[in-house]
Design a protein. Structure first.
Length: 561
């Protein structure tokens, strides 16, 4: 540093004298008392020892890089992995490149060649706390748990009591098992409905779907991808040897005190590995009251009248994830009485309902919707719920059942309520059968509620008034609200979801049009004349009532305008 003109002889002498009294190195003392900048020392060490300098504050290290060095090794040698060379050597940042004991110790501990980088002691300490955490193994965080899993511990694929292919049992405290259970517990605490584990080219991405929106979580280490996927497949009862075809399964996981959640698991082979999606089915969180679905009083009264009819068919339409199944469960729960026999045919059975006979379809053994439906009719039910009308055979049996004194509930994938008629006719059902059997067609979407904790009064902007297509008088009289974002709602301003609905009651005029096989747009115009509110109109009512925001309604009803 003297040769580079970074220090004077007087500064060195003063620093040495002070360091001798403190019992430490001269450089450390001069950095402490402010006569030297840490960055200057790093630059000098880099030049003197011929080692490249690195600024850890500018680096964003991935889990794969941090995984090159276990926490106990990093803490012991006061070093941090910052990458891997083309030759396979671990690139390590240290504060003192001249410390031969540290370099040799790292080579031995990692069993790999070492390539050094130099940085400041303060940067090393900050980075160790950032990437490895200050706490030990008892810290339950996922990132801390990942750092404890070394290369020798990742070949764990089963719980104690689980049996691997060769008949061995495996310890339930294995690191991979604790990590997977922690992932599921973390998703449940954040109110996620789905967990997405997605292998990408250089990442193992983790996302939670919270209130219908995918929220990206910190990536899982790519090196742990095979073990995590194998662990989940074994838990779900899938074959870990089969990696070429999709598989389905279920997992029951205990969370908290005396609480178990059910997960529906799907495994899909992709270009970079198997992608796993887990749907969390929390029975205790299922709200089956019609009022809790989001109906206004007038729509709820109308809907209750329809589901109280003795026969006919009620169709709930909408895309995947729009809450159709929950609505049907709520209908069954509302009419479930001892004097009524109710049977459902589902694929899969998502929630077990007390007092209702639920049938699981098994396509692979030939037990299809149509076969289950035919057999069901011999059980003399009053009410039938069919998970989905998929083909002509299923539709024909369901409609004939509704014409012979049964009340039938089912779902269809269409954008709006009147389109359900066109869809049934396209499948192959005769128009007069649709006209005779249909009692009510209902489309729905889910929108996010305003967070109760941080929601407050909101004045609709000109842009929002334009988006909702309302008058200035309507905007002035509205009790609109908006969430600011808080810890309760994960800074989104939204917490929970409810439905917006389009209810088309079939009367004689509508039956005549259906019988005449008019296009869906003509039927929609007639439905509007009969008083049907569109999805957008129902959403606007709920914005003006302070239940949700204009952005939510516009996003959910973009095809309705």
């Amino acid at each position: 540093m003297l040769d580079m003109g970074l220090l004077t002889h007087e500064q060195v002498e003063a620093g040495r004298a002070e360091a001798e009294m403190a019992g430490e190195g001269a450089l450390d003392t001069m950095v402490k008392n402010g006569s030297l900048e840490p960055a200057v020392v790093v630059m000098a060490k880099s030049t003197y020892f011929g080692v490249e300098a690195t600024n850890l504050a500018d680096l964003r290290l991935t889990d794969e890089v941090i995984g090159l060095m276990p926490r106990h090794v990093a803490k012991k040698f006061n070093a941090l992995p910052v990458g891997q060379s083309d030759m396979g050597a671990v690139v390590v940042a240290v504060a003192d490149p001249s410390d031969i004991d540290t370099v040799d110790g790292l080579r031995h501990a990692l069993n790999k060649d070492i390539e050094l980088r130099v940085t400041s002691q303060a940067d090393i300490e900050a980075a160790l706390n950032k990437y490895y955490g200050g706490a030990g193994r008892d810290d339950g965080g996922i990132s801390k748990m990942i750092q404890d899993i070394t290369e020798g511990e990742v070949q764990i694929t089963a719980l104690k009591g689980d049996v691997t292919a060769d008949g061995d049992e495996v310890d339930a405290d294995a690191p991979i098992i604790r990590l997977v259970n922690q992932l599921i517990g973390d998703a449940f605490k954040k109110r996620a409905s789905d967990l997405h584990l997605e292998p990408l080219a250089k990442r193992f991405r983790l996302r939670f779907r919270i209130d219908g929106v995918c929220v990206e979580q910190p990536d899982l280490p790519k090196r742990l991808q095979p073990s995590i996927i194998a662990r989940l497949k074994i838990q779900a009862g899938m074959s870990i040897a089969e990696r070429r075809i999709p598989q389905d399964g279920r997992i029951n996981v205990p969370v908290g005190n005396n609480k178990t959640i059910d997960l529906r698991v799907n495994c899909l082979p992709t270009q970079h590995g198997e992608s796993i999606v887990m749907r969390i089915l929390d029975k205790s969180g299922l709200k089956l009251g019609l009022g809790e679905l989001g109906f206004f009083a007038d729509d709820q009264q109308n809907f209750e009248r329809v589901i109280g009819l003795p026969d006919g068919i009620l169709l709930v339409t909408g895309p995947t994830g729009s809450g159709k199944t929950t609505t049907l469960y709520s209908c069954l729960n509302y009419i479930n009485r001892p004097d009524r026999k109710i049977i459902t045919v589902e694929d899969p059975v998502e929630y077990m309902l007390a007092g209702i006979n639920q049938v699981q379809v098994h396509e692979h053994i030939g037990f299809t919707f149509a076969l289950a439906l035919r057999s069901m009719l011999r059980q003399a039910p009053n009410v039938i719920m069919l998970g989905e009308i998929r083909d002509m055979e299923t539709a024909s049996i369901a409609i004939n059942a509704s014409l012979t004194g049964h009340l039938v509930f089912s779902t269809l994938h269409t954008n709006d309520a009147p389109s359900a008629v066109t869809r049934l006719i396209d499948i192959g059902v005769k128009p007069f059968l649709v006209a005779s059997s249909a009692r009510c067609l209902m489309a729905q979407r889910l929108v996010r509620k305003i967070c109760k904790n941080c929601g407050g009064p909101h004045t609709l902007t000109e842009e929002e008034i334009g988006m909702l297509d309302i008058t200035l008088d309507q905007a002035a009289q509205a009790t609109a609200r908006k969430g600011k974002g808080c810890s309760e709602c994960n800074k989104t301003g939204h917490r929970g979801r409810f439905g917006i609905f389009e209810i088309f009651n079939i009367n004689d005029e509508a039956r005549k049009l259906i019988f005449e096989k008019v296009p869906s747009n003509v039927l929609r115009i007639k439905a509007r004349e009969m008083g049907m509110r569109t999805l957008r109109e129902d959403g606007v009512r709920k914005v003006l009532a302070g239940m949700t925001t204009a952005e939510e309604v516009v996003r959910a009803t973009v095809t309705d305008h």
